[in-house]
Design a protein around this ligand. Sequence first.
Ligand code: HEC
Length: 119
Amino acid sequence: MMKNSVMIVGALAVVLLVACGGGGASDDQVAQGLQEFRRTCATCHGQNGEGMPRLGKELFNNEFVQSKSDAELIAFLKEGRPATHPDNTRGVDMPPKGGNPAITDAQLGLIVAYMRSIQ
Ligand code: HEC
């Protein structure tokens, strides 16, 4: 029951994000995105996206994030970036979905809203 309502709220958040063209995430969505980020991404990218030596890159003021649309970022997060990928500079895998196969598009949408807030 709880889980369903969380998913519905998440799905609504994505609809809102898309409707606002990505620039209109509310403070609340950004705060939820930070929570999701900490759950799935922070082990490699740091608690606030500051990056970790030899692991995930710094996501503040990040050109890759800035150059992609919300939909492209969600697609990237689902795919990850293997160490063998030509764009990979760290020689370490970014696993698909940050290694959390249960993560939904709605949760990834909130994470994108958080990443936008630190550009
Ligand atoms: C197991 C460690 C790990 C986890 C977990 C992880 N990442 Fe990554 N991430 C990486 C590595 C390694 C790279 C690639 C670095 C490189 O290309 O040199 C990367 C790359 C990225 C990039 C591209 C940055 C750039 O400048 O090219 C973004 C954006 C990103 N991750 C976001 C996320 C988000 C959001 C999550 C959570 C859903 C996440 N990552 C989870 C390790 C991780």
